[in-house]
Design a binder for this molecule. Structure first.
Ligand code: THU
Length: 162
């Protein structure tokens, strides 16, 4: 038996204004996108903003449905739209913001497992770690690359395509 220690760096900023200008702008856009979410069932509004290598910024938010599983998270709405409009253009940064009526001030937006897997796919396509900005009521948490959020992630290499 051997034990391995996984080592990840997480940067926590006291406010978005401490971030580099581009990242602060993305957080602002994610916050605005959250206000436009269609989330009548959960009341949990999420916004995402994606910065592409060509400078384009795509925003998205969660879209719920009366048939619950038919809805989609903000991150996937934004990433899929970005890839649909700009296929093959690398994703550089992703900001996520959430708001709910009652929210723990110490918490921050956390992408669900399915969205982490989708971020993983676009990170591999991009060929370098995506800067992921997780907005919270009293902080912004930043990780470089999806590995921090999804260790031992499933990659296309696992498929052993002929
Ligand atoms: N949601 C997102 O949009 N992103 C996440 O990362 C977590 C969850 C949405 C899905 C659903 O519309 C609502 O939040 C409650 O789960």
């Amino acid at each position: 038996m051997k034990e391995i220690l996984l080592n990840y760096t997480v940067r926590i900023y006291d406010s978005a204004s401490e971030l580099p200008e581009t990242s602060a702008h993305l957080i602002q856009l994610a916050r605005e996108a959250a206000t436009r979410a269609y989330a009548p069932y959960s009341g949990y509004q999420v916004g995402a903003a994606v910065l592409l290598a060509n400078g384009e910024i795509i925003t998205g938010n969660n879209q719920e449905n009366s048939a619950y599983p038919s809805g989609l998270c903000a991150e996937r709405t934004a990433l899929f739209y970005a890839s649909a409009q700009f296929p093959g253009v690398p994703v550089r940064q992703l900001a996520i913001s959430a708001s709910a009526e009652k929210m723990d001030p110490d918490t921050f937006a956390k992408p669900c497992g399915g969205c982490r897997q989708v971020i993983s796919e676009y990170e591999d396509l991009a060929g370098s770690p995506i800067t992921i900005l997780l907005d919270g009521p009293t902080s912004v948490t930043v990780v470089e690359g999806v590995d921090t959020l999804l260790p031992f992630r499933f990659k296309k290499e696992e498929l052993h395509k002929p």
